[in-house]
Design a protein around this ligand. Structure first.
Ligand code: ZN
Length: 314
């Protein structure tokens, strides 16, 4: 938003940039915009130096081709080149530093700070670790119609206020409105899938084909409305593997927890205590994996044990 504001609106002579940035929600952007501008200035300077370096590389190439390896001409070119190289490095790290200093945190930006009150309203908290993601139950809470509507309308109501009070161009509002529609639809489509796989109940063929349709709807909307978007691993798991998995097991993904991984993790730690002394990395890994296989292999440990019958208490 900051970059968009600085490029599209603050350059506009009709917009008083000083006054706009005094807005109680926008003033957090002032520092950011300043650093973006300072950094791009430094980067332009760096690119000029770089161009000069490329030219010099060509000159050096010619000199070598003509056999002038040890001449004064070549030596002075090399010295100049080294100087430019140093200059370029300095400008690069300076620009990086400036960008970093002005960086906006998700939770302190003008829109990000409006999200938290809505989450609080629904008793949902972001985790301070795990890059501020939500825990499972909070996901269930937020994937309902009302929370989705409240959350996705934030940008639009802020934009409306900006247009009315700050004389910002109407385009700010139209853009925010389009964003709202897109995300509201995306979250709603995802919520549909989520409710159909996130449980530990048995599923019928009909349940599965209904999930299949929801996933296809979600993915085709995502691909057309977010053409620049990539498909992260979890989304791929949903698109390609969720339906076949549920078909095979006959249940929702609810049993598919993290507990199994945690046990395996402990087993590996145990084995590694013994194999840690092996110097060669590949050998160490091989022995570790073999030991784990020996420990776990059902044909060795006598097959998969039958479940313990539950003792009746009455
Ligand atoms: Zn896959």
């Amino acid at each position: 938003m900051g970059t968009y504001l600085s490029r599209a609106f603050l350059d506009d002579p009709d917009v008083d940039s000083g006054e706009t940035l005094l807005d109680p929600d926008l003033h957090t952007l002032a520092k950011y915009i300043e650093s973006v501008e300072e950094a791009s200035h430094l980067e332009r300077e760096r690119d000029e130096v770089w161009e000069e370096m490329l030219e010099m590389e060509n000159l050096l190439g010619w000199a070598f081709l003509q056999g002038q390896d040890d001449t004064l001409h070549v030596l002075s070119l090399q010295l100049k080149y080294q100087k430019l190289e140093k200059q370029k490095e300095e400008l690069t790290s300076k620009a990086e530093e400036v960008r970093k200093k002005g960086e906006l945190k998700l939770s302190t930006g003008p829109l990000g700070s409006l999200l938290d009150p809505v989450l609080k309203e629904f008793n949902v908290r972001r985790q301070s670790y795990h890059s501020q993601a939500f825990v499972g139950n909070h996901v269930n809470t937020m994937l309902k119609e009302a929370p989705i509507k409240r959350l996705t309308s934030i940008a639009t109501s802020k934009a409306q206020q900006l247009v009315e009070q700050q004389d910002m161009p109407l385009a700010v509002f139209t853009r925010a409105r389009a964003l709202q529609d897109r995300y509201e639809r995306l979250f709603t489509l995802f919520a549909e899938c989520h409710s159909k796989y996130s449980h530990a109940k048995p599923v019928s063929d009909e349940d599965i084909s209904s999930l299949d349709r929801s996933i296809k709807d979600l993915m085709s909307f995502y691909r057309t409305s977010f053409p620049q978007g990539t498909v992260p691993i979890k989304m791929h798991l949903l698109e390609v593997h969720a339906v076949p998995w549920m078909q095979r097991r006959g249940f929702g993904l609810g049993f598919f927890g993290e507990q199994g991984i945690e046990t395996t993790h402990a087993q590996f730690n145990n084995i590694q205590r013994a194999t840690g002394g092996i110097r060669d990395e590949t050998k160490r890994l091989k022995v570790t994996l073999e030991r784990h296989l020996l420990k776990m292999c059902p044909t060795r440990v006598g097959g998969i044990p039958a479940p313990n019958p539950r003792k009746s208490t009455n």
